[in-house]
Design a binder for this molecule. Sequence first.
Ligand code: ZN
Length: 93
Amino acid sequence: MDMVGDVKCYHCGHVSGQVEGTKESKETKLILTTFNPRPGYKGPKYKAGDRLRCERCEGPVFLEDLRKKPLDILPTGLPAGAKQPKRSRGKAA
Ligand SMILES: [Zn+2]
């Protein structure tokens, strides 16, 4: 199952962004796949295998509020609840 959690600093409490990962079950380890920096993030860029540090003080971080990733994320740009266009104007096709 896909999980998402906040990357929070042990020292200053700053949230640098979110991580995404997968977990087979409650007993297995979370495998992190993606780091999504917060809007305006100015810290270092990470690649696979790097250890995440706090953007602000470079302190150690932990995952807070780890939760199931919502499945119903819609691509941006689509109107929410798009309706069928009404054909009541009588425009000839
Ligand atoms: Zn910090």
